[in-house]
Ligand binder design. Structure first.
Ligand SMILES: [Fe+2]
Length: 394
């Protein structure tokens, strides 16, 4: 067995009702919180009022910043950072999905460093966050990005049409509140998109050159749980038991992501949603996952065979490796059941832009590409995107 390291410093509060602890947890860290959330969902569901009430009851002053959009931009993060600085905020609380959590992490940096957040995202001469970064607490309302347990903040830089990530231990949240009851109000389409993200984190980490026997355990559990529970969570959004299983799948995949990082599918998806901000992260990933398995199953027959088995498409009684070629079908079958058997063309991507997006991926997601087994070349990436372009393949 190879040596490995595993690190995750986030205190996880998992379970229905755990959100009630938000006041005391935030009060243990700061006196003035900025609640970072989206433009309407938390307000409509009453969660924003509930959070404000719990924080104030615990003696914490609250400033609300409710301007986060999907694929959050450097501009909105700088705006939040400026407000946090002006108001004297000393702890950032994210309330929402990946966009709110990633923006909150950016705001925690922007509020405490004399520079626009884009300087922490650019390819060359990138700045590094310091220990001055404000502490962060995340309460997640989706089962998707696992940002609540990772050191990553994905933010789009508008002037450069770039969606890149800050990766730094100072933006690990101090506390992750994972209350499956909060995900009940998540619409079916968002449940499907975020569930596809969970599958991608687990799968990409499973094959990553940074994978370890420990992350493999989490990855296999996450893949199995997504296969078993995501379709039902999409069909019956109010089923708390399915939501709990997806919350746990997301947490497992988060431990994979925080230790292995993402690989080729995320590397290619970031330029897609940078150029097409209306494309949901999970939908962009969904276009390429099955094609990747179809093209690369022979590179690791054991692990692709395991995926086929975990998703219920393994050949009973045969060796694991003999099921490897069915992994692609198993993945596309699952995506089909959640309404996400989509192509790049379906998402409105122009075929003529594939080479440019591959070059972008190599420019600012090159580290993720390098973690993918097989020494993928520029041509390999183009081939994968071409194969994912239309529903019938290339
Ligand atoms: Fe993701």
């Amino acid at each position: 067995m190879n040596d490995f390291t595993f690190f995750n410093p986030v205190r996880v509060l998992f379970g229905s009702g755990s959100f009630d602890q938000i006041g005391e947890r935030v009060a243990g860290i700061g006196k003035h919180a900025m609640l970072v959330t989206g433009r309407s969902a938390a307000r409509k569901s009453g969660l924003l009022d509930r959070a404000t009430g719990l924080l104030e009851a615990a003696g914490v002053d609250v400033t609300v910043f409710d301007r986060i959009m999907p694929n959050p931009t450097d501009e909105i993060v700088d705006e939040g950072g400026e407000m946090a600085r002006r108001e004297g905020v000393d702890v950032i609380v994210a309330l929402g999905g990946g966009s709110s959590m990633d923006a909150a992490k950016g705001i925690a940096i922007a509020a405490t460093h004399e520079a626009p957040i884009s300087e922490f995202l650019r390819v060359q001469d990138k700045r590094t966050p310091t220990e001055a970064t404000l502490p962060i607490i995340c309460a997640t309302t989706t089962s998707g990005t696992a940002s609540e347990v990772t050191p990553f903040a994905v933010i789009s830089t508008v002037s450069e049409t770039m969606k890149s990530a800050i990766a730094n231990d100072f933006i690990y949240p101090r506390v992750a509140i994972i209350d499956p009851e909060l995900t009940i109000t998540c619409p079916a389409s968002v449940t499907a998109n975020t569930g596809a993200d969970v599958l991608a984190h687990a799968m990409e980490g499973y094959f990553s050159t940074a994978a370890s026997p420990l992350t493999d355990l989490f990855a296999e559990r996450a893949i199995y749980l997504v296969g078993r529970h995501l379709p039902r969570a999409v069909e019956a959004c109010g089923d708390l038991q399915e939501r709990e299983q997806m919350s746990f799948a997301n947490l497992c995949a988060g431990y994979v992501l925080s230790n292995c990082g993402a690989s080729v599918i995320h590397a290619l998806e970031h330029p897609i949603s940078a150029h097409y901000p209306e494309v949901a992260h999970g939908a962009g990933l969904a276009t390429m996952m099955a094609k990747w398995a179809e093209l690369y199953w022979e590179h690791d027959p054991y692990k692709f065979g395991r995926i086929a088995h975990l998703l219920g498409r393994g050949i009973p009684g045969a060796s694991v490796e003999q099921s490897a070629e069915f992994a692609a079908d198993a993945i596309s079958g699952l995506l089909s059941r959640i309404g996400l058997e989509v192509s790049l063309e379906d998402l409105g991507v122009q075929r003529s832009e594939i080479e440019r997006m591959v070059d972008d991926a190599l420019s600012y997601m090159g580290g993720a590409v390098a973690k993918t087994p097989g020494d993928l070349t520029r041509d390999d990436l183009i081939k994968l995107m071409e194969a994912s372009y239309s529903s019938g393949g290339s």
